[in-house]
Design a protein around this ligand. Sequence first.
Ligand code: ATP
Length: 306
Amino acid sequence: MQLSKAAELCYEITNSYLQIHQESQIISSTQEAIRLTRKYLLSEIFVRWSPLNGEISFSYNGGKDCQVLLLLYLSCLWEYFFIKAQNSQFDFEFQSFPMQRLPTVFIDQEETFPTLENFVLETSERYCLSLYESQRQSETAINMADAFREFIKIYPETAAIVIGIRHTDPYGETLQPIQRTDSNWPDFMRLQPLLHWDLTNIWSFLLYSNEPICGLYGEGFTSVGGVNNSLPNPYLKKDLSDIPLLFEWEIAHAFGKNAAGEHDPIVNTSPISVVDKERFSEYQDDYYPGWYLIDDTIERAGRIKN
Ligand code: ATP
């Protein structure tokens, strides 16, 4: 897929979600969340830094939050281009999308699940990302600031980086949608237009999008770090209690249709790698999928502190 096509698809997904008329508090709050993110991107960010000339890079690790933000970012990128093209003296059909790939940084911090690594590579192709992958350090955990310093050295035109952090994430509470990095970091603007989203918003939009999501979420993970510090979320253990699914409507009415013209009720998760299948063999099927967990305060209960 070309970047313009990927961006247009994301625009259609987002528009389709915004047009849902359903008596659902989750859907209406997610529509509000999308509107605010779009306002940040289109009215506050793209007017300061052009999204079409490499000034803005995207930080991506295949996680659900950055994937939601990527879909919205590409949607706004399409809208930004479309409005510019409409206002130009030339007819729209003679205008070409000026960017082939979106500059993206992935810090490969620790031993990563092959399922996640494959997902990052596959989605890099799907969304036309130009993926910079930091060098992994074998013994010590990589310092994020140093990794970004390396990235900026290679892409010096970067003025701002888009980050899918939310207020409920560790250290996320007091962050602002647009802010400069701290003094011990390389100097760039942090663009954080997803801060106000909660877990229900994330799952409602992502499941409706029908875009492939990382297969680890289907195995009970709710937040994904490295192999040595991430497990399925213990609150999703099936023998604890029955957990209701709150996103049945989104899954049943997900964007696009299958070849038979019917809505496909299956969640589009990426394949689990052979190595991870082996790793999960003891407890596979013991957990509800990650989208059954909607309490932000226990989202990271599967993360082990080193
Ligand atoms: P999940 O919590 O399910 O793993 P996520 O990875 O998208 O989803 P966080 O782990 O909370 O969310 O990370 C917040 C954001 O920080 C990400 O959305 C991404 O933009 C950025 N980020 C985190 N880790 C990395 C990384 N290793 N490389 C690049 N960007 C990262």
